[in-house]
Structures are given as C-alpha cells and as structure tokens.
Design a protein around this ligand. Structure first.
Ligand code: SF4
Length: 346
C-alpha cells in the first residue's frame, strides 16, 4: 500500500520545491518515526509548525505558575509541562526550591486533590489546544472553592492563518491536525483553500494516513484546484463535536495572545469569562512574576516552531541541548520537534 502511494506521489510531484506544513506533534512523531520524509521526492518537504501545545506556552505564563508554587499555592500540571523552562526556572525547579508542584494525569485528578484537601489552595495549569480545552471547561463549571485555573489554552486555526500569511514561509499545503479536528471539525479550515489558495487536508495519525494526505495535497497542487479534504473521516466530521465546542465557549472568551517564539497572534488564545473570575488564578492572586524571556541564548526554538529550520540545524542540538539538559521548550515534551528528532538518534 505504502509503495503504491509513493509511486503515485512520484508521478505527480513537480520538480519545483513544495512545502507542506503540519501543526501537530503527533504528526511529527509519525513522520519521523516512520521515516516518511525519506519516501518522498526530494522536492517535497514536510515541515513542522507550532503543533506542540507545551512548546508554545510563553515563558511568562510558566513564570506565573512558578511564582504561584513558590508562594504557597499547590500547582498541578500535566507531566509534559513540568520540565519546560520558564524565563529562569521550570516547575521542576520550583519544586526543588520547596514549592508544592504535583504532576497529574488529567484535570479530574487535580480537582479530586483539591476536594480532598479543602484547606489548601490549588491551581491547575490549563494548557493545550482545542483537544484538551473541553475537559477543562467542564471542570471549571463545577470546581471547588479552593481551586482555580491558570489558563494557557491556544487555538490552532489562527496559528495556521498566521503561517499562511507569514512573509517568506511560502506554504504550499496544510496537513490539518486530526486530534484538534475531532473537536472543531473540518469546517474552520475552509478559509485556507478559499482565501489563501492553500490545499488543506485533515489527516489521521497512522503513517499511511499521512502518506495518503501528502498524496491528496499533491494531487490538488497538480490539478491547481485547492480545496479542503478530510482524510480522517473515520474520526472527524465537518461540524466536529458541537457539545464540546459549546462547553468551550460557555466558559471562555477568545482574545489575542502571545505564542512562545512567535509573538502575538490575533484571536488565538482563551481567557475565562468574567462570570468565572472566581476560578481565574490571575484574578485570584496578585502574581508578580517579573520580566520574562522566551528564548534561551543560542536556542533556535522560534525558528523550529515556525518550520524555518529543522532541529539538527540548531547548533545546540544534541550538544548543549539534550533531553536531559533541555535549553528550549521544543526539547522537553514528547510532542516537541527537537525531542522527537532526538529520539530518532538514540
Ligand atoms: Fe532550542 Fe534545543 Fe531545539 Fe536548539 S535543539 S532549538 S536549543 S530546544
């Protein structure tokens, strides 16, 4: 099957360079682990955009979590976030300095802890794209009094729009993320073929899914007919999970927000609605985290996140920066591009 797809890809691929961008850490994992890049014609490059939900959390927001942990609040976090460096420290560092930081498997665990310890103040560090947001929204609707949320959620379609408009990125096709699309549906991606002329295909996570998606994009390029297609129709519908979307917009407003290594992206971030201010850690505490710094000197995460370079083009890759000594956010999470590329070398 893979061979017949790659043969068809070879037949229709033009000699000019084609840049296909995905925005999902799991897609990068599939592409890298399956060696898909080596199966494609030289003129086709698959680049990784800002698809790691941990990597794009600005250092300032990690600094806020660190400040809370060092000021008497119990900070609960998903494991991927624990070692991501803030401006000067990670949550791991905060714990070693005496802060109460607890890794949880889900927001439910954090809420259960808060209910068991009503005398203690708890904060859940709520990160992630549209995939994880509905669960947090549901918990916010019914959270205990001693619990609040440090909200760092981001939205994927505005980031894709940012990439489509980015001056010298010249993206020829988008692989839209399967997990996020189970929630938001395929509909929000219509603007990419319609407004930007960029073929866009929603993809699943098996290597054959990604290979087929690349073929579908190249076919659109070959016939000069950009459109939205859904390769992952076994899980993603056009409208998505409407109840999950309702939960998100019951609790959150959409605002402009900063992405680590990228900067401000309009309408890309979620903020708690005023009626849920009691559950907003930023309103509950006078957080004073000081000035922030997103990028460690010499780290090229901002270029990796934009797909402008590959991790092995960063001078620190596997030298000063390793999974044991991460200098940038992209080296920490299992969805970070640098971490994924490193595992390929082990
Ligand atoms: Fe940053 Fe490390 Fe990746 Fe270089 S290898 S871009 S320092 S995370």
């Amino acid at each position: 099957m893979a061979r017949s797809i790659t043969e068809k890809i070879a037949e229709i691929t033009p000699p000019d360079p084609i840049k296909i961008c995905h925005v999902c850490g799991t897609h990068e994992w599939t592409i890298t682990r399956s060696g898909l890049r080596a199966l494609l014609p030289e003129s086709v490059s698959l680049i990784a955009g800002p698809g790691c939900p941990v990597c794009i959390v600005p250092a300032r927001e990690i600094d806020e979590a660190v400040w809370l942990a060092l000021n008497g609040v119990t900070v609960t976090t998903l494991g991927d976030m624990y070692r991501v460096p803030g401006s000067e420290a990670s949550l791991d560092d905060a714990k070693s300095r005496g802060g109460d930081v607890r890794v949880v498997y889900s927001v439910r665990d954090a809420v259960a802890m808060a209910r068991r310890e009503p005398e203690q103040e708890f904060v859940f560090f709520a990160i992630g794209f549209e995939t994880t947001t509905p669960m947090n929204a549901l918990e916010i609707l019914d959270c205990p009094e001693n619990m609040s949320f440090l909200v760092s959620h981001r939205l994927i379609p505005p980031a894709m729009e940012f990439l489509a408009e980015f001056e010298d990125l010249d993206i020829d096709g988008f692989i839209a993320p399967g997990h996020v699309s189970t929630i938001i549906g395929a509909k929000p991606y219509e603007r990419f073929p319609e407004e930007y002329g960029v073929p866009t295909v929603v993809a699943g996570f098996e290597s054959l899914d990604v290979l087929m998606t690349v073929y579908m994009i190249l076919k659109q390029i070959d016939s000069d007919s950009p459109k939205l297609e859904n390769e992952y129709s076994r899980a993603v519908t056009y409208e998505g999970n409407v109840r999950a979307q309702e939960a998100i917009y019951r609790v959150f407003d959409v605002i402009d927000g900063s992405w680590r290594g990228i900067g401000e992206i309009p309408s890309s971030t979620l903020s708690l609605k005023e009626e849920f201010s009691h559950a907003d850690a930023r309103q509950r505490y006078s957080i004073d985290a000081g000035p922030s710094r997103d990028i460690y000197p010499g780290c090229s995460c901002h270029l990796v996140i934009l797909g402008k370079i590959t991790p092995d083009e960063c001078p620190l890759f596997m030298e000063e920066c390793t999974p044991e000594t991460p200098k940038g956010a992209c080296m920490v999470s299992s969805e970070g591009t640098c971490k994924i590329w490193t595992q390929e070398r082990l």
